[in-house]
Design a protein around this ligand. Structure first.
Ligand code: TMP
Length: 216
């Protein structure tokens, strides 16, 4: 069985940890799981990621930013996501098309229809079956993201953490609006609580889809 789940949420909402926890759980049930992320997920898209998240690029034009996200996505879908789904794998993706609507559309103020068209150009019919929106107050999330970035050994990816609280509030409201528009696909998960509590909330939703495989 192939299945595509995207994880969304503001900075520091704990997506990356929860993706790993869900992946282990699914693997223990016998599923073949691929974890990937956007922007990035393959070498060309990772190069684009470095441009997008470099804090020195604070003058990146919003339209250029939008096109770079779309370019990274087109490559990632063609090279990684579609082949994995064709091989009957479960794909867990840290951010996807809804992030572009929330960040470049709702928060930056670019035309939502234009953003949607670029999402279609980049992703085609490759749409998540389920999207888990980890929702929390931006004040909590940003603090967590800044701590993480300060401890990070790799390249500085803090360009979005420099944004104002108002920006992150717009991102959050954008995500909530998207969830309201597509309640069957986008499920809101309260991201305040312990890791185990949040994992349990996610499993309550995911367990409707996944049953033990191959006699396990
Ligand atoms: P993350 O890997 O920490 O989630 O960082 C990715 C950043 O890129 C995050 O700040 C959200 C932003 N982003 C967009 O603005 N638009 C997009 O389409 C995607 C995928 C991410």
């Amino acid at each position: 069985m192939s299945f595509f789940i995207s994880f969304e949420g503001i900075e520091g909402s704990g997506k990356t940890t929860q993706i790993k926890l869900l992946a282990s759980r699914l693997e223990s049930l016998g599923y073949d799981v691929l974890i990937t992320r956007e922007p990035g997920g393959c070498p060309i898209a990772d190069q684009i990621r470095r441009i997008l998240l470099d804090p020195d690029n604070d003058n990146l034009d919003p339209k250029a930013e939008l096109l770079l996200y779309a370019a990274a996505r087109a490559q990632h879908v063609a090279e990684i996501i579609l082949p994995a789904l064709e091989q009957n794998r479960i794909v867990l993706c840290d951010r996807y098309c809804d992030a572009t609507l929330a960040y470049q559309g709702y928060a930056r103020g670019l035309d939502l229809q234009l953003v949607q068209q670029l999402n279609i150009l980049a992703a085609g019919m490759c749409r998540p079956h389920l999207t888990l929106l980890l929702d929390m107050q931006p004040e909590h999330g940003i603090e967590r993201a800044r701590d993480r970035n300060a401890a990070n050994q790799g390249p500085d990816e803090g360009r979005f953490e420099q944004e104002t609280l108002a920006f992150h509030n717009k991102v959050r409201q954008g995500y909530l609006k998207l969830a309201e528009e597509e309640p069957r696909r986008i499920k809101i998960v309260d991201a305040d609580g312990t890791l185990e509590e949040i994992a349990m909330r996610i499993w309550r939703i995911a367990s409707n889809v996944f049953k033990p495989q191959g006699g396990m």
